[in-house]
Ligand binder design. Structure first.
Ligand SMILES: Nc1ncnc2c1ncn2[C@@H]1O[C@H](COP(=O)(O)OP(=O)(O)OP(=O)(O)O)[C@@H](O)[C@H]1O
Ligand SMILES: [Mg+2]
Length: 388
């Protein structure tokens, strides 16, 4: 289905119009076609000339960042509109599919918290995707400013209310993909660099190139593992089993990263790698919420909100996919900031492991937060209980 729709749009591999002959933007030919499919695409096609002019011939100084599948450039159109252009690296079959999926899926979704496609160019070896430019870049650049931050940008730490609003907004975008888009969409690459921030810091979940469309009635698919280390749900990393709850797990990791500004995967002295959940879980179980907060906040956070975000993250990152909440529930759990009263709380429960005590043990000196825990994650479980 994806390929068919994509080919309808691009006319296969051929350039639909010699790029340099016109700077006029055309509306999507799929719209004009009498034989079009039921999907009405809201995006437009651009000419190569237009995008070359907008980005200064993809000049190095216009580069915003580079990912696994392409380089992103800032540009300004002849009408003065700021855009971000993703230029796919090479037209391998894999990249071609990536482009097709992205165009197809972005054509289907419209939500305040999802980065919409503005348009695209497909011709010869070039595949270019045009998005709205997000002046506040990605969440990654704010949480870990030394990486991926253009040197011209000096970021002050994200204030607490902004972090909460980003958590809620990103959850709403993801909830839309899981529950409202038809067919449902699993993102499969939820991470800080894929949450972009507009001028008002409204979060926009981006990069649907890895997305998977789930037909109605199908609970999970088995697929080759894509995504980013540190964010992968265990059942997906180990067996390639993908379902909405894989996104929920990645979102839980993102929540912990958002509150703590720690990396999802940290290299400890000696080369051992530790996941953020392994670091956070012992602190959360001991209710040492304040130890989980980004030190750059210097105590400027709402303690009740911090606790609720961390508890939600703990539910999301449980090793059993069945125990994780749905994204719609995650949205509800996070919507406490506007004075909404919480009716439930989340508590850790010990899991009985044969031959061992089911008490939660923490051998770590909790004053030394870099030490964290090396306990296996599957001993941890959390549950929702109703508040009286
Ligand atoms: N619309 C946009 N507006 C502003 N900056 C953007 C936009 N899209 C992407 N970027 C920047 O470009 C960088 C690279 O994005 P890209 O999606 O290619 O890679 P990534 O997200 O780091 O990795 P991956 O390829 O795994 O998605 C992002 O980190 C972001 O800072
Ligand atoms: Mg990305």
């Amino acid at each position: 289905m994806i390929n068919r729709c994509f080919c309808c749009v691009t006319g296969g591999d051929s350039d639909p119009e010699p790029a340099a002959t016109s700077s006029r933007r055309r509306t999507n030919p799929a719209r004009a076609s009498k034989n079009r499919t039921s999907v009405d695409y809201p995006w437009e096609t651009y000419t190569l000339k237009e995008l070359l002019q907008a980005t200064g011939n993809f000049s190095e100084s216009n580069k915003l960042g580079e990912g696994g599948f392409g380089t992103v450039y800032w540009g300004r159109t002849s009408k003065g509109v700021e855009i971000a252009v993703k230029r796919l690296k090479a037209m391998t079959a894999k990249a071609e599919m990536e482009f097709a999926v992205e165009v197809e899926i972005l054509g289907r979704v419209r939500h305040r918290n999802l980065l919409s496609l503005r348009g695209f160019y497909a011709g010869g070896d070039e595949r270019l995707i045009v998005y709205d430019y997000m002046p506040n870049h990605s969440l990654l650049t704010h949480l870990h400013p030394h990486r991926g931050t253009p040197s011209s940008h000096h970021h002050v730490p994200l204030e607490w209310p902004r972090r909460v609003a980003i958590a809620v907004g990103a959850a709403e975008g993801l909830s839309y993909l899981h529950h409202e888009a038809s067919p449902h969409i699993i993102h499969r690459d939820i991470k800080a660099s894929n949450v972009l921030l507009d001028a008002e810091f409204v979060p926009k979940v981006a990069d649907f190139g890895f997305a998977k469309l789930i037909p109605d009635g199908v609970s999970h698919l088995t697929t080759r593992v894509k995504g980013t280390l540190g964010y992968l749900a265990p059942e997906y990393a180990m067996w390639g089993k993908v379902s909405e709850s894989c996104d929920v797990y990645s979102f839980g990791v993102l929540l912990l990263e958002l509150v703590s500004a720690r990396r999802p995967l940290e290299k400890l002295p000696g080369g051992v790698k530790r996941e953020i959940v392994q670091w956070a879980a012992p602190l959360a179980e001991r209710r040492r919420w304040e130890r989980l907060a980004d030190p750059r906040l210097a105590g400027r956070f709402d303690a009740a909100q911090l606790r609720a975000v961390v508890e939600t993250a703990m539910l999301c990152t449980q090793s059993s996919a069945e125990s994780r909440p749905a994204m719609a529930e995650v949205v509800d759990m996070l919507r406490f900031s506007g004075g909404e009263r919480r009716t439930k709380e989340i508590v850790p429960v010990a899991v009985t492991v044969a031959g061992s005590s089911d008490e939660i043990t923490t051998t770590t000196d909790l004053d030394d937060v870099t030490a964290g825990s090396s306990e296996p994650l599957d001993r941890r479980n959390w549950k929702l209980t109703r508040l009286r």
